[in-house]
Design a protein around this ligand. Structure first.
Ligand SMILES: Cc1cc2nc3c(=O)[nH]c(=O)nc-3n(C[C@H](O)[C@H](O)[C@H](O)COP(=O)(O)OP(=O)(O)OC[C@H]3O[C@@H](n4cnc5c(N)ncnc54)[C@H](O)[C@@H]3O)c2cc1C
Length: 451
């Protein structure tokens, strides 16, 4: 940056880039300003409305504060409207610059627009850094369109695109004097057993994953009982890890595992660029689907409670309730059951996921729900998973079901997937919601790869 234009004091408004390593917003501020005010504004209505994410987030903030203090700075914490508080802190610090990570949700974009307005009226420079995804949404577009609607051409463009360079964590953060740091939010109690939040724990998990899990990812990512995926989704959602760093390192590790993993990170970018181009993604069908939706509150409640009588679905829903996490294959199946078998609108399922997932993410959640419901970016919008066939394929011995559905713990092997076929019905476990649908196992057609 031209020195004459460089701010003397810059506020870095952290949002979901809660890390010091490879954080372009923090790097930009520390590289150009004499004094830097790292700020997080707790907006009670947002991430903090969901206990599982609130717990994780409050640990992220504690860890970020430690890292910044270790560099001579601090994390300033305020409560309220992020825009009003950011501008108030900027005034308090006499800041002439504000930096934040650009994001895609409708909420984030309103926040960016309001910040731009506030900065303009103060003659303060606003700079935005691209750090939430590997490739910024909007950087790639097909001929004649503003975003990619189909994954495979996006993947080709994404892999051929130049990625930005990573930036190092700053050695020092020089905070102006006299700014009260403010208390960290209290972590709420949750019933889910969640991993520890924060960059330090996330980096430990990443190293362990790259060393010991990545190599088998291609062959084991759909192994439901094996639980052999990285479980880094909440770390990525809150930006405790840089998606770019992870993609670069997985790519360098190479092999089938590395390649398959980088492809999943590309799905994350794919949904972000769809959400950026279509901000209504969490509320409205991206494209129309054939077939009517049904209103069935009882079935919806049974689905939420893991009481549908379909063991593979109930196991997934109970994993979600117990862990604030669900395996991707189970997410696909429970979403398929809700939107295809029960014909209940995907927004009800997406809402329930969003209320419980520690990795709950506007773009990934809505994008995947719409994909399964046939209103999104699947090139085969009429795809219907065979629950029984999928259960036998991805949980062949029934261990995943028995782990989460104790009423079925006494049923050996794969018989656990169809308790309605047994002579004696397992006590305390419901019959299938709409009667045992034998066609569940028969109707399956060749199933194309899913995300
Ligand atoms: C109905 C439904 C809802 C979903 N809701 C969310 C959500 O709210 N938040 C979320 O992060 N993911 C969501 N996903 C995507 C995926 O299920 C999770 O990212 C994944 O299960 C997280 O576990 P992991 O970190 O072990 O994944 P891994 O298999 O280890 O994958 C590595 C990373 O790649 C990304 N990724 C993997 N699969 C997908 C995918 N299909 N779409 C986008 N990114 C992907 C994630 O960031 C993930 O952490 C949803 C999927 C479905 C089918």
């Amino acid at each position: 940056m031209n020195d004459a234009l460089a701010p003397r004091t810059a506020v870095v408004l952290f949002t979901r880039d809660l890390r010091v390593s490879d954080n372009p917003a923090l790097d930009l501020a520390c590289g150009s300003a004499e004094r830097v005010v790292p700020l997080f504004v707790v907006h009670d209505g947002l991430g903090f409305a969901v206990p599982n994410r609130a717990r994780f987030l409050s640990e992220c903030l504690a860890d970020l504060r430690d890292s910044l203090r270790g560099r001579g700075g601090d994390l300033i914490v305020r409560h309220g409207d992020p825009v009003a508080e950011a501008l108030r802190v900027a005034d308090e610090a006499g800041a002439d610059g504000l930096v934040l990570a650009r994001d895609v949700s409708a909420y984030a974009r309103r926040r960016q627009d309001r910040l731009a307005e506030g900065c303009r009226s103060r003659r303060m420079a606003l700079r935005m850094a691209d750090s939430v995804t590997v490739v910024p949404p909007g950087a790639l577009a097909p001929a004649g369109g503003d975003h990619f609607k189909v994954f495979t051409p996006y993947w080709r463009a994404w892999t051929g695109h130049d990625w930005r360079s990573q930036v190092a964590a700053p050695d020092r953060v020089s905070l102006p004097a006299g700014i009260d740091a403010g208390p960290l939010p209290e972590p709420p109690k949750t019933s889910a057993c969640l991993p520890a939040g924060g960059e330090t724990a996330a980096r430990r998990r990443m190293e362990q994953w790259l060393r010991a899990g990545l190599g088998d990812y291609a062959s084991r990512h759909d192994d439901l009982p094996g639980d052999a995926t990285s479980r880094l989704s909440a770390d990525l959602h809150f930006g405790c890890l840089s998606a770019l760093e992870l993609a670069v390192r997985a790519g360098q590790a190479g092999g089938e595992g590395g390649d398959a993993y980088v492809r999943q990170l590309c799905w994350r970018d794919f949904h972000a660029q769809v959400a950026s181009a279509y901000p209504d993604l969490p509320r409205r069908d991206y494209r129309p689907r054939r077939g009517a939706w049904r209103d069935d509150p009882e079935a919806l409640d049974a689905w939420k409670a893991g009481q549908t009588g379909y063991p593979i679905v109930d196991a997934g829903m109970r994993q979600l309730a117990a862990e604030g996490f669900m395996h991707n294959r189970a997410r696909l199946l429970v979403a398929s059951m809700l939107t295809r078998q029960l014909s209940i609108h995907w927004t009800f399922g997406a809402r329930h996921f969003f209320d419980l997932l520690a990795d709950g993410d506007i773009a990934n959640n809505a994008g995947n729900w719409q994909w399964v419901a046939g209103t999104g970016n699947d090139t085969r919008p009429n795809r219907r998973f065979s629950l029984l066939r999928q259960a036998h394929r991805f949980d062949p011995d029934g261990d995943y079901v028995r782990r989460y559905v104790p009423e079925l713990a006494g049923i050996p092997g794969s018989d656990v997937h169809a308790p309605w076929m047994l002579h004696r019905q397992p006590r305390g476990y419901p019959p299938p919601l709409d009667g045992a649908d034998a066609s569940l196992g028969v109707r399956a057609r060749a199933e194309a790869p899913s995300p």
